[in-house]
Design a protein around this ligand. Structure first.
Ligand code: DAH
Length: 355
């Protein structure tokens, strides 16, 4: 093939491409797509450098020999710059992505949501702790009960007017009821054991009550029963006074008011000075200045006889504490219903109780 290009013409084209390459300034290319554009511009199928190298074949043979290495060296230098620039840009992109995805270990961690104990549970726990220290053990009894254990054995026979004060839920097809108090456990514990006895029994009780700020159809009591030789009202008072002072503080004002329960004689109800008003009366204390939190008394001889124990040898005292009443006093809760509605805004206030 005859040469169609002169050495001078090729050298001129070479100089043009060389200066265009210098002007393209590969080292400073800002991103990978731009770098690719530059590569295609010079080394693509119709790229400026490609064309220059292709046109070597149009030179006379001797010139081709001299110019070939020159053209290839230009290409090699350009390719080296391209690949250096490519690594630089890829490293920068990696570092960028890493920075975006990186975990900042100095940020405060997210707190996982934490469960907490219900205020009635912690109140029950406090009551139990105090009695444990006084040497009481824990007992439990059934919530579905018969009339004998809930009423008769406690000296409340069928026609006894005291039954009317505890509106009872009876089961439909069985001679059973939902216990109206935890006093049934007194009988069950005496039937199952031998004197002496010193127990507390926590539990749910049920009454057919109109529900309001201080009444619920389901609530909780802690029953206590102590039987030994020659126990009397003074012992009862000592135990309960110690309990109330441990629970509410030694400056808490309490009053033992004479009362009546068929299963104790004498009987008392214990009131605590109202925490919501300065004793002047408010809805929480039904305008009396006092809040009743437990009933108690010396175990009636008939109750002992009902389980076959001799009242000449054995005596004792019993009490029933309203757990909701205590929790209301301790936490300043005015409406009993707050304990049952599971409103987290209410329950979260008792965070500090989780021990
Ligand atoms: N069971 C009674 C009630 O629910 C409370 C009570 C009073 C329990 C006197 C006792 C007691 O053990 O001795 O109202």
């Amino acid at each position: 093939m005859e040469p169609t290009k002169t050495l001078a013409a090729w050298q001129q084209e070479y100089a043009k491409v060389e200066s265009a390459l210098a002007a393209a300034d590969v080292e400073k290319t800002a991103d990978l797509p731009k770098l690719e554009e530059v590569r295609v511009r010079f080394l693509g199928r119709k790229g400026e450098l490609t064309e220059l190298l292709k046109s070597l074949k149009d030179l006379p043979l001797d010139d081709r020999k001299a110019c070939g290495p020159k053209g290839n060296a230009l290409k090699a230098a350009f390719e080296a710059k391209l690949s250096a620039a490519k690594s630089r840009l890829e490293d920068a992109a990696d570092a960028d992505a890493f920075r975006k995805d990186a975990i900042d270990l100095t940020l405060p961690a997210l707190r996982p949501p934490r469960g907490r104990l219900h205020p009635l549970t912690t109140t029950l726990g406090r009551i139990a702790d105090i009695f444990r220290r006084l040497g009481y053990s824990w007992a439990e009894g059934p919530q579905v009960e018969d009339e004998f254990h809930n009423f008769d054995a406690l000296n409340m026979p069928g026609d006894h007017p005291a039954r009317d004060t505890q509106d009872t839920f009876y089961l439909q097809d069985l001679p059973r009821l939902l216990r109206t108090h935890t006093s049934n456990v007194q009988i069950r514990a005496m039937e199952a054991g031998k004197p002496p006895i010193r127990i507390v029994c926590p539990g749910r009780v049920f009454r057919h009550e109109q529900i309001d700020a201080t009444h619920s159809a389901v609530f909780h009591q802690v029953e206590g029963l102590v039987i030994d030789r020659s126990l009397g009202f003074a012992d009862l008072k000592g135990h309960l006074q110690t309990f109330l002072e441990s629970l509410l503080g030694s400056s808490t004002k309490t009053r033992f008011r004479p009362s009546y329960f068929p299963f104790t004689e004498p009987s008392t109800e214990v009131d605590v000075k109202c925490f919501f008003c300065p004793g002047t009366g408010c809805p929480a204390c039904k305008h009396t200045g006092w809040i009743e939190i437990l009933g108690a008394g010396v175990v009636h001889p008939k109750v002992l006889r009902n389980v076959g124990w001799d009242p000449e040898t054995w005596s004792g005292f019993a009490f029933g504490i309203g757990v909701e009443r205590v929790a209301m006093l301790v936490h300043g809760v005015r409406d009993l219903r707050d304990f049952y509605t599971n409103d987290l805004r209410f329950l979260r206030q008792f965070d500090e109780d989780l021990v």
